[in-house]
Ligand binder design. Sequence first.
Ligand code: B12
Length: 365
Amino acid sequence: MDTKDRSGDRTDTTREALGATEASTAAHQEEGVRTTEGVRATRAETTADGQNPELHVPRVALTWSVGGVAERLDLAPSTLRTWDRRYGIGPSQRTEGGHRRYDEVDIQRVRLMAQLTGRGVPAGTAARVATSVDAAGLASALAPNTPTAAGGHPGAHSAVEAIVSSAAALDADGLARIYQRVTRESDLVSAWTSVLAPALRKIGERWSDGSLGVDSEHLASELLVTELRSLTRANRARIGGRREVVLASADEEQHYLPLVAVEAELSLQGIGCLFLGPRVPAEALIDLVGRSTPPVVFLWASITRPATDPLWTALSSIERPLTLVIGGPGWPEDLTPTSPTVTLRRAATLDQACEALSTAVLPAG
Ligand code: B12
């Protein structure tokens, strides 16, 4: 974003360069009304039947000059002009003299642009997001400015949009920056639940309807793995060498991002994991938990599992105590443990998974 420079281009109005006072805000607003007659491209000032418009009461829209918008949004006038020139984030109207006139929708679009760039989203990406939404979309993008009652992430909607559009544009640096900001702005469970998982689901939908390539999907998930792993690495000292939970995806299951999220969240709680990753064959998993610690396992499946999953047959041979937490939409509804020593839990969210795993690991009390 440009640095604040209120002495910038003074051609729009002389008043806008005169300083920022409350009185001048009212004046800018008034100025917009007064100059509306001279505004080109206003929406409703001519009549459909071609009669003399002077006989009709014109619907005058309140418009704002660059200085007025700058003052309202606490931005430099030069920034507004740059966004208009470079990215098309500007007014939908101009006076006959060529001065910019912003209406409320234009102003909300600028506000979204400012919010996104303020969070570190590159200006080009932010502009793509801001120009892709209509008036209703702008209202909802700007609405969650504060954390939601459920503890959601501030500006979740616009962050989701920014992730999806950066992925679509294969903007690796932009994506990495957004991930970093999102995971540092709030606790990881909120960031995952209100931004990262919704963004992944949207990317999945866009891949499925053909509007986003598999390359974007790979890029978005790889960079997210990198970001989440950096959180885990930062907690290494707290964990020491302990590996108390096994993390794996089911046989033939390539999706494993939720494992990386669980690993990062548990690391924040001082719990270390043995990370086996995607496509872990049932026999290998059973063999591992049958002979060695840790007896706490989280198993992920995005893709629907076969009705007769070899894992469930193999589990019947387990003789030592095992807590198995399963997560993901791939598991059938009605699973029951096949061995009396196996405690089976199903987690519907990241929070539930981490809660079940930490409870199984940490001694009671
Ligand atoms: C990234 C991604 C990939 C990456 C995976 C990279 C990686 N490192 O994991 C790659 C490109 C490799 C990939 C491959 C494929 N993918 Co894919 N992929 C995705 C994507 C976009 C995100 C996956 C993810 O992490 N999901 C986890 C969370 C974010 O989503 P969710 O499971 O829906 O969340 C629900 C719950 O699980 C819960 N939840 C959310 N987070 C968490 C966390 C925890 C711990 C818990 C317990 C619960 C929980 O909340 C949601 C319920 O409301 C999804 C979209 C999606 N909706 O998941 C598609 C998706 C899963 N993939 C899909 C497909 C079809 C494939 C492929 C078969 C494509 C192909 N033809 O090759 C292959 C898979 C092959 C295989 N055998 O596994 C489909 C699956 C449809 C289905 N049910 O069969 C999806 C849903 C896309 C779509 N909309 O069609 N994929």
